[in-house]
Ligand binder design. Structure first.
Ligand code: HEM
Length: 200
């Protein structure tokens, strides 16, 4: 697991397109991480939204997702449609990966008004969200929308989110700021300080 900022997305899979912009059908993506990879030009679907699992695996590896979680995510993605070795980025809502216990900010539709109550209110007094703050948010979501599978997946997703997008504090603990959360969930923007030098 990465512990320093050097392990953030490398330039190896970024191209001249690696600049943030709102891209076609971005509003159809329920996952804040996939949205960010897409809007930043790292994840390349075809014109219908199809992405090969080989490409997904490379993207996840390039941003520092460890082998175990990567395998689980790639297998989960592959199982969302009938086509072997691919998934559709714009058809993940209501797929087999749709689960209970999500914040509801991007699923079933984009609802920025839910940000405060579902996530931001759990931040600490300096506006940081550490693993324990995401755990509290996950617990609340679980109470509102119960289900064992959802709880497990939500925990994996929040853990991976800090692993990939987290800043590192003085004690080497990972966190994101409330602005980072807003950027990721609503616009698909990378936390600026962390990524400004690594995306061309
Ligand atoms: C670095 C890798 C990833 C991270 C950090 C990540 C993180 C997250 C987080 C934090 C959520 C919860 C959103 C919320 O409750 O508001 C989420 C939702 C979701 N993710 Fe990802 N994700 C990753 C990769 C993937 C992959 C590879 C897929 C499938 C191709 C995927 C599919 C989904 C789906 C379908 C949801 C919506 C679940 C629902 O609302 O029921 N994610 N992800």
């Amino acid at each position: 697991m990465p512990t320093t900022d050097e392990t953030t997305p490398s330039n190896s899979t970024t191209t001249g397109e690696g600049v943030w912009r709102e891209r076609p059908n971005a509003d159809k993506i329920p996952c804040p991480a996939l949205l960010s990879f897409y809007n930043n030009g790292l994840l390349h679907p075809d014109e219908h939204g199809n992405v090969t699992t080989a490409h997904l695996d490379k993207v996840l590896e390039s941003v520092g997702v460890g082998t175990g979680i990567r395998k689980a995510l790639v297998t989960g993605a592959d199982n969302t449609d009938e086509i072997p070795d691919s998934f559709n980025l714009f058809a993940l809502r209501n797929s087999s990966l749709d689960h209970s216990g999500s914040t509801g900010i991007r699923d079933p539709e984009i609802s920025p008004a839910k940000l405060d109550n579902a996530l931001l209110k759990f931040s600490d007094e300096s506006g940081r969200m550490y693993a324990e703050h995401f755990a509290a948010a996950a617990n609340q979501a679980q109470l509102q929308d119960p289900g064992f599978k959802g709880g497990v997946i939500q925990t994996i997703e929040f853990t991976a989110l800090l692993q990939v997008f987290g800043r590192v504090d003085e004690s080497n603990k990972r966190y994101v700021t409330i602005d980072d959360v807003r950027g990721l969930w609503i616009d698909g923007k990378y936390p600026e300080k962390l990524y400004k030098n690594s995306i061309t």
